[in-house]
Design a protein around this ligand. Structure first.
Ligand SMILES: C[S@@+](CC[C@H](N)C(=O)[O-])C[C@H]1O[C@@H](n2cnc3c(N)ncnc32)[C@H](O)[C@@H]1O
Length: 337
């Protein structure tokens, strides 16, 4: 049981994290202040105002290591860190952080997700392209990390499936191709049996489509994962590749920058991305922690998805803002029930 369950705690996260038990949090998602980027009104306290990037990275890694300590073996730690131009060139701070984060081998990097901003600041430098991406690094402590691909970006799968309607002709062309192939009579019979099953799976909605590959007609695939299929083609004369209709889940997520009209915090990350990551990396009733809570986007996303949350924030105004945001959306949600 976490001491701070469903609370937003005022304080320096390095100190507050020390009060949280090891292996007690299911998921950490956060975005620390970027190096020398913004003033969050914390004077010389807080992170981000260090004189040089080494100092910044050292401070950030102390907090990262505490985030790792409190995370369960089945959990994950997500850090969103932005880059900065120094002396005309990108400093690559996010990647320096990620390299240092995995150095002590307590975590490994599952994914480096690129957030593609659909509406980046429209300030075009004549000699540089607009910077419109940021990384979200997903680290895990053990191979047992929770990972629910079906729930991640599920709305895109549902959309995809609605778009595809099984036609009556699906797969029919293959009967003729089998008959005209070099396969033996027995192989042809087997291929037709499997073809009928695949057509039925499409009509029953179990798969959205399939491809049949036949020896002597289709080329063997090249490369590592193709071995099994190539053997099926060689030994049985054919193979069937089933297509589920789910969109491929890639390490890129598109989202506009959050509109800060109703939020006085200057660096709010998109609720949409955080909700998708929470669905990917945790289950209902899990506990999600944000050590740099700001206006409380992580807590809000966690609560929307029936997870518990803990937020830590050094600035009392932002603690209040996050609490108000949670309270307001709770009232709105209750009104619509
Ligand atoms: C990039 S913002 C997070 C914004 C948040 N993701 C949101 O959507 O509102 C980083 C926050 O970390 C806070 N902060 C800086 N140093 C801190 C520290 N040592 N402990 C806790 N919070 C800190 C800042 O005040 C700021 O609100």
């Amino acid at each position: 049981m976490c001491l701070y369950k469903n609370k937003i705690v005022l304080g320096d996260c390095l100190n507050i994290l020390k009060n949280i038990d090891s292996n007690s949090i299911d998921l950490v998602i956060t975005s620390p202040p970027y190096f020398q980027q913004r003033d969050y009104g914390n004077g010389s306290d807080g992170i981000g105002k260090e004189k040089n990037e080494n100092e910044y990275l050292q401070n950030l890694l102390l907090i990262f290591n505490e985030s790792v300590r409190v995370t369960k073996k089945t959990g994950a730690i997500v850090y969103n860190v932005g880059d900065k131009y120094l002396n005309g060139g990108l400093s690559l701070i996010p990647y320096k952080f990620a390299i240092k984060a995995i150095e002590n081998k307590k975590v490994f990097l599952i994914n480096d997700i690129t957030w593609s901003k659909l509406n980046p600041t429209p300030r075009q430098d004549k000699r540089k392209l607009i910077q419109s991406t940021e990384p979200f690094f997903i680290f895990a402590k053990s191979k047992k990390y929770h990972f629910d691909l079906n729930d991640y970006l599920k709305h895109l799968d549902d959309f995809n499936k609605k778009q595809k309607k099984a036609s009556n002709n699906i797969g029919k062309k293959y009967f003729e191709i089998i008959d005209n192939s070099e396969l033996s009579e027995k192989e042809k019979d087997n291929a037709k049996v499997e073809l009928r099953k695949a057509i039925k799976s499409v009509h029953d909605g179990e798969i959205s489509s399939f491809r049949l590959k036949i020896r002597g007609i289709h080329k063997l695939a090249y490369g590592g994962q193709a071995g099994g299929r190539n053997n099926q083609i060689k030994n049985n004369g054919f193979t069937i590749i089933k297509i589920t209709g789910n969109k491929l889940k890639k390490d890129i997520i598109e989202s506009p920058v959050e509109n800060t009209k109703d939020n006085s915090h200057t660096a709010v990350y998109p609720l949409y991305i955080i909700q998708e990551l929470i669905k990917l990396l945790s289950k209902p009733n899990d506990i999600v922690l944000d050590p740099f809570n700001g206006s409380g986007t992580t807590c809000l996303a966690a609560r929307n998805l029936n997870r518990d949350y803990v937020g830590i924030e050094i600035n009392p105004d932002y603690v209040k803002l996050a609490q108000e945001r949670l309270q307001q959306t709770k009232i709105q949600q209750e009104l619509f029930l």
